[in-house]
Design a binder for this molecule. Structure first.
Ligand SMILES: [Zn+2]
Length: 436
């Protein structure tokens, strides 16, 4: 165990502290000189601070989650260790990229304050990316899906993971107990995710695109709307089919479940800090149980809600079944009467289509879907591709280009979802396995 600089939030919320982490199966892709005590604790004006924070936060997220779920992750990158690239250049973003072997963070100047912000310094942004890697390790088919729901679920898992990790930190617990008295329906630092990055995004665009001084906020009242009918873009007050926007539906629902669990802890006489800490631990365990039952391949939110209820019933004695079923019913994700239908999500099948029109005509595209739950799969896949192509999410290549050597990030900072790969003159559209 070595001591590293660490900020469980970011500097707009609290001063940095330190954390002890095992290096485990996470590696830092940068050389880092230890301080005079043999640790990796630096002042914020030291160049090494970003690398120390990015590594410690990702390694901590992985170690805490492995301990909670009782397993050691095998990465979808096919490398033994998950790589942390603490500062990969100028951008207001962060990514998980299989082809790069792990998670990448960036820096940019805040247009209003003139200060440089490093996404690798934020405990929430780094934990969010770590959870993309964790989910990809557990369910590699999700990043191969063209449907909106698995991508949105990926984003949501990142935010839920960040919330769980925040609630394990004493400094955060003290702050959130002060802000809420334990009532998580009140505004607070764990529900507000990526504050410094969100501020910089708003300053860059010149208006409030995120809804407040955060990148996303888990406190919301969104209810389900068929993602196929949603627009590709929408103001922050409404859902769109874009993954980060749509993720707020699932995150909001799970955050409500967390609020209920913490309320139950308070009702048993726990102090606000203890109730919050135990709620965060329980929520993290719940995610691990969910991934034992979750669909293997592409799914709809209703399927995931059913899997959550099944996992709770079968693996946790039904402790929070009715709390979850209530929330999922209220959010219109899963009606109460169908929440206990037994479903086997372990089967999946591949759906393939050939595109008929436009610049990608003649190219094949496919993904795996969970077999029990889907009808009209080829039509649905064609519709997904139509939307992704119209949105510029598919990168065209020439037969002599190796997609792995290309920049898979669009001009707007979001990764391409798909890229054309050529094999003996035949083109297919493949997932990029990059997510922001
Ligand atoms: Zn993300």
């Amino acid at each position: 165990m070595t001591v590293f600089s660490y900020n469980p939030q970011d500097r707009t919320v609290m001063a940095p502290s330190t954390v002890r982490v095992p290096s485990g199966n996470v590696s830092l892709s940068a050389h880092l000189e230890p301080d005079e005590n043999g640790n990796f604790v630096y002042p914020e004006n030291d160049d090494r601070f970003t690398a120390a924070c990015a590594f410690s936060s990702v390694a901590n997220a992985v170690a805490v989650t492995e301990a909670s779920w009782g397993e050691t992750f095998r990465w979808a990158t096919n490398r033994e260790k998950l790589a942390v690239i603490p500062d990969a250049g100028k951008d207001l973003n962060a990514y998980y990229a299989r082809v790069r072997g792990g998670v990448l963070f960036f820096h940019d100047t805040d247009r209003l304050t003139g200060e440089t912000i490093y996404t690798g310094r934020s405990g929430e942004v780094t934990a969010h990316e770590a959870f993309h890697a964790i989910l990809d390790a557990k369910r590699p088919e999700y990043l191969g899906s063209w449907d909106p729901d698995p991508n949105a679920f990926h984003e949501s898992m990142g935010d839920i993971g960040a919330i769980c990790l925040s609630l394990q930190n004493d400094q955060v617990l003290e702050l959130v107990a002060q802000q809420t008295g334990g009532d998580l329906s009140k505004p607070n630092a764990v529900a507000q995710l990526g504050e410094e990055l969100g501020l910089a995004i708003n300053h860059k665009s010149g208006h409030n695109v995120t809804g407040g001084p955060w990148t996303r906020n888990a406190i919301n009242s969104f209810t389900w709307i068929d993602p196929d009918t949603l627009p590709s873009e929408a103001p922050h007050t409404e859902l769109s089919s874009e993954a980060h926007s749509l993720s707020r539906l699932w995150t909001g629902a799970i955050y409500e479940v967390l609020t209920g669990m913490v309320n139950a802890n308070l009702a048993q006489g726990q102090t606000p800090q203890a109730a919050l800490r135990h709620g965060g631990e329980e929520l993290l365990k719940m995610q691990g149980r969910l991934l034992q039952k979750a669909p293997e391949a592409s799914f709809r939110f209703a399927d995931m809600a059913r899997a959550l209820i099944q996992s709770e019933d079968q693996l946790n004695g039904g402790k929070y079944t009715s709390l979850i079923a209530d929330v999922m019913d209220r959010r219109q994700i899963l009606p109460r009467q169908s929440s206990l239908l037994e479903t086997d999500f372990s089967q999946s099948r591949r759906v393939t289509i050939t595109l008929k029109e436009g610049p990608f005509a003649g190219m094949e595209v496919s993904h795996r879907v969970s077999s029990e739950t889907r009808e009209g799969d080829t039509k649905s896949l064609a519709k997904c591709m139509e939307r992704l192509i119209a949105n510029g999410d598919i990168l065209m290549t020439m037969p002599n280009q190796d997609p792995d050597q290309l920049n898979l990030i669009k001009a707007d900072g979001e990764p391409y979802r798909g890229v054309v790969r050529w094999n003996q003159g035949k083109a297919t559209i493949e997932p990029t396995y990059v997510i922001g």
